[in-house]
Ligand binder design. Sequence first.
Ligand SMILES: Cc1ncc(C[n+]2csc(CCOP(=O)(O)OP(=O)(O)O)c2C)c(N)n1
Length: 640
Amino acid sequence: MSEKLLDKINYPSDLKLLKKNQLKTISEELRSELVDVVSETGGHLGASLGVVELTVALHYVFNTPKDKLVWDVSHQCYPHKIITGRKDKIRTLRKGGGLSGFTKRAESEYDSFGAGHSSTSISSALGIATAKKLSNDNNSVVAVIGDGAMSAGMAYEAMNNAGAMKSKLIVILNDNDMSIARSVGAMSKYLARLLSGKIYFSLREAFKLILSAFSKRFLKTAGKAEDMLRNVVTGGTLFNELGFYYIGPINGHDVNNLVTILENVKNSNHNGPILIHAITQKGKGYKPAEESSDKYHGVSTFNIATGKQSKSKSNALSYTKVFANTLIKHAENDTKIVAITGAMSSGTGLDLFEKKFPERMFDVGIAEQHAVTFAAGLATEGYKPFVAIYSTFLQRAYDQAVHDVAIQSLPVRFAIDRAGLVGADGPTHAGSFDITYLSTLPNFVVMAPSDEAELVRMVNTSVCINDRPSAFRYPRGVGIGIELPNINEVLEIGKGKIVLNGKHIAILNFGARLYECKKASEILKAKGITITILDARFAKPLDEKLILEVASNHEAIISIEEGSIGGFGSHVVQLLSNRGFFDKGLKFRSMTLPDKFLDQDTPEQMYKKAGLDCGSIVEKAEDVLRSNVVIAKNKSKNFS
Ligand SMILES: Cc1ncc(C[n+]2csc(CCOP(=O)(O)OP(=O)(O)O)c2C)c(N)n1
């Protein structure tokens, strides 16, 4: 077998040794390596396949890592990783101890900025460009952003700023007309209009534009002609109005064309930001991904020949599906129920809702802030909005949750998916903070189901909460496979339940660690320690009566939740300390996520590392019983 060009490419410096006419071959090799790798690791295949030529051209032309390259979301960074020193490790992608599935500053000097959430690239690149200007550093700064990510407000805030600052910044708009699903909104339509007629700029035309823009001599004589040409081809652009020099649309898969345009842009003396509009195809070059680019956005491991992805072996329904099915049942009877997603219809199960009630489902684009305030507006008119959102992305809309929802006590329902640790996507996608940041808000009801049947009850309860906001948070993955209750079973707000009665310790559980608690109780029982398990159901309002009761009957309390410090356990501590329980010698331990960001691994391993698995519960229980109340004795030593 003849040696591949890719075998010799480890760094961009190796790539630069190739002749221009070899770039097509290297792109093809990179693409097939990518398919091979992701078939083993799973991950974001479609987006990475779509930027192969762009990645090659960028590293061929620019002098990375001195020139800075910022990938938006950075789920498309796999080809970038392969040619920036990480080829040997690429098959560890998204695995415990392996490469991150996103750019990560700690991983490589070629990763100028870490991401995972969308639409941050222009802001961060502008910051980098401004820092460079302040330090008289002439290296280039390039941001690559997708058309989906262009639906978020942050991208416009950044362009608005960059245009006004006349910053030297290159933005590449990677337009594949797809977010995870089809891109939505007026901007997406506008980009399609720029492409109307389906013609790309020919190299000659693009060249003319660049020359006319960047050569002062040419500008003098041909400025008007350039304007005319541009207006004929694009009809003038919003980007120009924002202060960007717009070039495009160009074919993002023609690597030689890309190189020529990038070289010109790099060497230009244009004063101000430039936007290159590149048209690409998501999943390019791998048929199953081309034909089903939404399903190939993120994939599990798959068979290359058939394109068939591996499926979960469990027969239990996912929490996502249980939520969606329950909401659909309610919506059949209640026409006021509406559902909102920020570009995550399949991830949140709202694609199922949309099939039934297309007029009552709103995909607002990657616009979480808007999604929440939009829902608040709907609530003022008597509608029952359900914002289905991943915990990690709700972080974006915190002020909207406070200012637009909580202060006005509007009955917006938050269906918070992927709450807790999420596995391969790692820290940018972990749903760690929602219990903490929502439970501090007056008016909010905050629930977490211990299994999928409880999730149904919480959706039911949320439908009935009409005077204040409510949230229920549930984990990624499947439930435990139990029978689901009907949609009339509603919980009493702020009431928990005792799941198991014991003598020595009471575990207060909030969320889906309940089954780890039950397993731990069996192990402890064999050691002569019996525990009470309380399923709190509510972090807010707390079931104060029940918590005080178990605190009175047990020597020790342990709280457990799949969330950060400052959440359910902290509220329990506050309650017990205010009621003087600790003065009387009650022992307490909280089990939360640790105060650090955990790298990707399997969810099981991550929970083990976080100290929230069965073994950790057993240890914690033994530890709390071993400890004696010795504060008085140690007082002079410890508190002097
Ligand atoms: C704030 C935020 N919301 C939602 C997501 C989930 N998400 C990841 S990629 C993606 C689509 C991005 O589309 P685009 O920018 O066009 O890139 P493409 O995948 O098409 O290359 C979405 C919605 C996210 N990463 N960040």
